[in-house]
Design a protein around this ligand. Structure first.
Ligand code: GLU
Ligand code: ZN
Length: 476
């Protein structure tokens, strides 16, 4: 009996990659494939590679690259390797092409555009599928003065079966696949070829990508085999659809992923939303990042496309705001406050404000707006709120509240609560009635967290000063 092959007994390390083309700003559709690749690598304790497919120099932009890098960082989809850039790997592609020409798995094609057009016209006329016929496959002599392209010598017979984890076995006949151009006449490599060399060099074991690439898989597998590499496992995940049922795109207002940061979404909420499109785990809706990693399996992703739903995302965001430890949300609130021109750095106050506000905030942007008054010296009192609550009666009550608060020894929520309740009893009115004028005076608006918490967080000095600012001056 032959000795067991040790290599095959070693568990394979899973290596996945996210390979965006920076031709448009990264949006939620791309983020979802990135998330699936990242999750699967984390789940399998493997590696996640980031690769920027920027060979289309005309359509690639620096801004799109920036959004990929900043977006992945904001989302916490950290790469173990990369970012690699295809434009920096041209020497390597040229090297592989040269090797294929020598090995005969690729050949020079000298056909002119006019010849190819005529070939195509004839095929259409005969109702055949337009394809390159392989005219130059056996050519041995160059054509003088014509810079050739390089084509891959695709097998003529047999079939390629993509064992897709989402779609099952998908069979392609080699007779349907013509000889792909892998280098243009100026020597630059083409897209499908770069993907192949990269997946091989980066030892990718699982290619998880949008199902608009399913048709590229058989050609890529053939090229990998020609290069002596084992093709990876493929999982072509369904695209996200817009409300009209078409693939989600800019037309649907699919915005840069960074827009979600600006709008005050938590990265974990967005990821939670995206993981549930096409994947489920019992009837669990809310997942922490750790729970996603523990439960996710690419084998369980289903092939029906799902439509993007902003309300559900908003709901999940609120759920995550409620559940995330306040300290972890501080940086996000700080960033939102900074956008409002506020430099907040009191960690204790920030955490307490988050606790006080989280039940009433759907986004961190909303939280920052309604928490502004905690962090500024001077507030502006809303005119409508003042007209409603700072009436003669309201101001009368406010004066009494001020007096009783000024006499407090301890400034904390419990003491404030007791003092205000006692005052309400004495005035034979409800706590709400005396809280509203106070709220308008200190927050500038008629909504805030519970009044005792609000005043405790504001501090005695600010509370009393804001009351004084709206109260009529005392007669000397
Ligand atoms: N660069 C391709 C895209 O952005 C993805 C290619 C791949 O994942 O193989 O659509
Ligand atoms: Zn040719």
């Amino acid at each position: 009996m032959p000795a067991p092959n040790r290599a095959s007994l070693r568990p394979m390390t899973v290596v996945t990659r996210f390979a965006p083309s920076p031709t448009g700003l990264l949006h939620v559709g791309g983020v979802r494939t990135a998330l699936f690749s990242w999750l699967y690598a984390r789940r399998m304790k493997g590696k996640f590679v980031l690769r920027v497919e920027d060979t289309d120099r005309e359509r690639s932009t620096d801004d799109a690259v920036r959004v990929i890098l900043e977006g992945m960082q904001w989302l916490g989809l950290t790469a173990d390797e990369g970012p690699y850039y295809q434009t920096r790997r041209f020497d390597r592609y040229r090297e592989v092409i040269a090797g294929m020409l020598t090995a005969g798995t690729a050949y020079h094609c000298y056909c002119s555009k006019a010849e190819l057009d005529a070939m195509r016209a004839g095929q259409i006329e005969r109702k055949e599928k337009p394809r390159y016929t392989g005219l130059c496959r056996e050519r041995t002599e160059p054509r003088a003065g014509v810079p050739p392209v390089v084509r891959f010598r695709n097998p003529l017979e047999g079939a390629v079966v993509v064992q897709d984890l989402v779609h099952g076995a998908v069979t392609f006949q080699n007779s349907e696949l013509d000889d792909l151009i892998i280098a243009r006449s100026d020597g630059t490599p083409t897209y499908n070829f770069c993907v192949v060399v990269d997946d091989m060099d980066m030892a990718i074991t699982h290619v998880i990508r949008g199902d608009d690439h399913l048709n590229n898989a058989p050609r890529q597998m053939n090229m990998l085999s020609a290069l002596g590499a084992t093709p990876p496992v493929y999982a072509h995940v369904p695209m996200i659809l817009g409300p009209d049922g078409a693939k989600l795109s800019k037309r649907h207002g699919a915005v840069s992923v960074l827009q979600y940061e600006e709008e005050g979404y938590l990265p974990d909420a967005l990821l939670n939303y995206l993981v549930r499109l096409g994947w489920s785990h019992g009837d669990q809706e809310v997942f922490t990042r750790e729970e996603m990693i523990a439960a996710f399996d690419i084998h369980d992703v289903n092939k029906s496309a799902s439509a993007f739903n902003n309300e559900k995302l908003m709901w999940l965001n609120q759920q995550h705001i409620m559940r995330t430890p306040p300290a972890r949300m501080v940086p996000y609130l700080v960033a939102q406050l900074r956008r409002l021109g506020i430099d907040a750095n009191d960690q204790g106050l920030l955490e307490s404000v988050i606790v006080a506000q989280r039940e009433r905030s759907k986004t961190l942007k909303e939280m920052a707006q309604s928490s502004r008054f905690f962090f500024v010296d001077l507030i502006k009192v809303d005119e409508q709120a003042a007209a409603k609550h700072l009436t003669a009666e309201g101001l009368g009550r406010l004066g009494q509240v001020r007096e009783c608060l000024a006499a407090l020894n301890d400034w904390n929520a419990a003491a404030i609560h007791t003092a205000l309740s006692e005052l309400a009893t004495r005035l034979e009115t409800g706590l709400g009635k005396i809280a509203q004028p106070v709220r308008v005076a200190v927050a500038g608006v008629a909504v805030s967290p519970p009044i005792d918490t609000t005043l405790a967080l504001l501090g005695r000095e600010r509370t009393l000063a804001r009351m004084d600012a709206v109260l009529p001056p005392k007669a000397a």
